[in-house]
Design a protein around this ligand. Structure first.
Ligand SMILES: *Cc1c(COP(=O)(O)O)cnc(C)c1O
Length: 369
């Protein structure tokens, strides 16, 4: 499809931020110097930092990290903004695109909680178009989502794919059509926190023809670096530049950046691939085992590293797991999920323990009843 004149995603930014330059940190001074006395840093390193790696403020967007992440996700470095987890990406998008007290975001619950949290903190309305719960699992009603977006002054539509907690991968063609329909009106944000565990392409492949798409990726799940807090927003280069102007001055701590570079520099990601492959086969084993248990109403198919399951007695399942020291996520508060727990895929031993504990508890329950 050809691009239309009104599809410049910069037109979707908040009016009052169009010419916003953001904070010019001392680190953004690119003149060449040998002696840097422009940021009031200490002249000598801390005892905890023998080689002085942490004495100075970090580069806001280290080129090596940006390049490594861009290579990992298959985009150009200038299309990628690194930040403190994809959680920061969500927050930046909401703040840059949505006018408080007027604009809205659209989400498809049950979904990741931070979209609504960021919106609420920023005074932005949340329009909900629930996922449909069908025979094949949850699916997104893209027409309803588009209609809601057109009706309600929505600037951002969040599509979580694979979904948390639904586990469903949304079809890229439908995301493409949604972005086309909302061109000039809203940005479609595709949260791919779990894409490494799925069988499908990234929505970054849409960026060449859909400038109103943004993709969130993270090192927190498949890459096993949750505490390093490194996530990425991948979008049109001009959108990325605009988001960077809204970002905190020094978002990426040097020790975290170095950790990420070490992990990403590893000969070609072998241990990550192995971890993901094991998680996927364990997911299948856990899926089959849970499905076979009495008292398990339903286990949803999952393209992520967790399973969402419904129980006749979710409290009994939760109690039995807790008694064995196993903590899973209770989703009974979520609309339509009053009997559901979300279980992360663990090591084979941990998964076996879950199966055994639930097997014992639910069979006993079944017999007692
Ligand atoms: C875990 C998760 C995130 C948060 O990732 P961080 O990069 O750790 O902030 C984002 N989106 C979804 C759907 C998640 O489940």
């Amino acid at each position: 499809m050809s691009q239309t004149r009104d599809d410049n995603p910069l037109d979707l930014l908040r009016d009052d931020l169009r010419d916003f330059a953001g904070y010019k940190s001392a680190r953004s001074d690119t003149r060449s110097g040998r002696v840097w006395l422009n940021a009031n840093e200490a002249a000598w390193p801390s005892v905890a930092d023998c080689d002085g790696a942490v004495r100075r403020y970090p580069d806001p967007q280290p080129a090596a990290l940006r390049a490594a992440l861009a290579r990992l996700y298959g985009c150009a470095p200038e299309q990628l903004l690194a930040g403190r987890g994809s959680d920061e990406g969500i927050d930046l998008l909401v703040r840059a695109f949505c006018r408080p007290g007027g604009d809205a975001i659209a989400i498809a619950p049950p979904t990741f909680g931070m979209y609504a949290v960021s919106a609420r903190l920023h005074g932005v309305r949340v329009v909900e178009t629930p996922l449909r719960d069908g025979a094949d699992g949850f699916s997104c009603d893209f027409d309803a989502l588009a209609e809601a977006a057109e009706r309600e002054g929505v600037k951002l539509v969040f599509v979580c794919s694979p979904g948390n907690p639904s586990g469903t991968l949304q079809p890229l063609a439908a995301i493409d059509a949604l972005a086309q329909r909302l061109s000039g009106r809203a940005l479609v944000v595709v949260d791919e926190a779990y894409l490494e565990f799925a069988d499908g392409d990234s929505a970054t492949t849409l960026l060449a023809r859909r400038r109103n798409v943004a993709v969130l990726r993270t090192l927190s799940k498949a890459h096993a670096l949750a505490a390093a807090r490194i996530g990425s927003v991948i979008a049109d280069a001009q959108v990325v530049a605009a988001l960077q102007r809204c970002q905190a001055p020094y978002p990426l701590p040097t020790p975290c950046v170095n950790l990420a570079l070490r992990a990403l520099g590893e000969v070609p990601g072998n241990t990550t691939k192995a971890r993901v492959a094991t998680a996927m086969s364990e997911r299948e084993r856990l899926f089959q085992a849970l499905r076979a248990l009495p008292g398990v109403r339903r286990v949803y198919p999952s393209q992520a590293n967790f399973l969402l399951a419904r129980f006749d007695d979710a409290q009994a399942a939760l109690d039995a797991l807790l008694d064995a020291g196993v903590v899973v996520r209770d989703f009974r508060h979520a609309p339509g999920l009053g009997d559901a727990l979300r279980i992360s895929v663990g090591t084979p031993e941990q998964n076996s323990a879950v199966i055994e504990v639930l097997g014992r508890a639910l069979r006993r329950d079944g017999v007692a009843a």
